[in-house]
Design a protein around this ligand. Structure first.
Ligand SMILES: [Zn+2]
Length: 333
């Protein structure tokens, strides 16, 4: 196999990405290979390469950092455990995805309090040894509540703070890794009547999602992340089968765009919001609500599930494994 065969399979950008993945990239190696060195002859094709590798990532949701109950220390303790997991040979992980509700609350507090919570979140994040991609949660949005105290004209009102600091200017986006496609959704809609948040993927985002999934292709395994779950049976478990949910518990309009998801290879939908560990399998897709870093807002485990995070191994055949890791948090008063 020669250089021409490799470039015949992929565009130049993908090739450069593959090269970075396979070798620590430096200018000399680029020039050497670009000159058509015969060293490439022994390397596998791109297809063989992508089929041969599994990778892992971590999923930490509902962190709810606050000054009380040692939550800042708890976040750091969680990160120390995530760093250890990501560095160990048997569980090596490439990146972290957070699932929203990164801070205790920005919906119903003053801007100084919200900024204090973000500072505590950042202090922990500085100790993280791997790249992180952040998903927005309802509690990360400033003032979208009937009990809001921040003026809608304030520069930090709404989603701007999150977008600027944690979303590269956006509240939803996507990226590729190891042959898989990852989509971080913004599931925080707004009820125009009450002024409260509600679970919803808005029309602009749905148009973007349709184009984004089309670009990824129908065969590519996809992981969607949505702070508010698409489905959950938990409320029925604890409140009975006839309990009716309000618009805050689930994404209200999934029913309307489920055919879009069904027409792609969506393997996993990760969410948070309910702080429970729940796995639902419908057709080819598994919906996992990933527990909570904060447990019951730093007051203890939720229905026996400890404070922790998910470790997901994505395999070359498009399957994956999910494991939940505790970081042994001891509740403080
Ligand atoms: Zn939430």
């Amino acid at each position: 196999m020669g250089f021409e065969e490799v470039t015949g399979h992929v565009n130049a950008g993908a090739f450069a990405g593959w090269m970075r993945y396979r070798f620590p990239m430096n200018r000399r190696s680029v020039l050497h290979l670009a000159a058509g060195a015969s060293g490439l002859a022994a390397l596998p094709t791109i297809a063989q390469e992508s089929q041969a590798k599994s990778f892992r990532f971590l999923f930490a949701t509902d962190i709810h950092v606050q000054p009380e109950r040692g939550a800042g220390d708890g976040w750091k303790q969680c990160i120390a455990k995530m760093n250890a997991v990501a560095a160990a040979a048997s569980t090596k992980a490439d990146f972290l995805i957070t699932g929203g509700d990164l801070i205790m609350d920005a919906l119903e507090v003053g801007i100084d309090r919200a900024r204090l919570e973000w500072t505590l979140f950042d202090e922990g994040l500085k100790t993280l040894a791997l790249p992180a991609y952040h998903t927005i949660g309802n509690h990360d949005v400033v003032g979208w509540s009937s009990k809001a105290v921040v003026d809608p004209g304030h520069q930090d009102y709404g989603k701007k703070l999150f977008a600027d600091r944690y979303g590269e200017g956006k509240t939803y986006r996507s990226f590729d890794h190891g042959g898989w496609h990852f989509v971080l959704l913004d599931s925080i809609g707004r009820n125009a009547t009450t002024g409260d948040y509600e679970g919803r993927i808005d029309d602009d985002q749905l148009a973007w999602l349709e184009a984004d999934l089309a670009k990824a292709g129908k065969e590519t395994p996809v992981v969607l992340v949505s702070h508010i779950p698409f489905y959950s049976v938990w409320h029925q478990v604890v409140k009975g089968p006839s309990f009716a949910l309000d618009g805050k518990a689930l994404v209200a309009n999934v029913f309307e765009f489920r055919k879009l998801l069904e027409s792609h290879n969506v393997k996993l939908v990760l969410s948070g919001h309910g702080h429970v560990l729940e796995k639902i399998e419908l057709g080819k897709t598994r919906y996992i609500q990933g527990g909570a870093v904060s447990g019951m807002w730093w007051k203890g485990p939720v229905h026996g599930n400890p404070e922790g995070f998910g470790v997901i191994e994505c395999k070359p055949d498009g399957s994956f494994d999910f494991a939940y890791e505790s970081f042994d948090w001891k509740v403080r008063a």
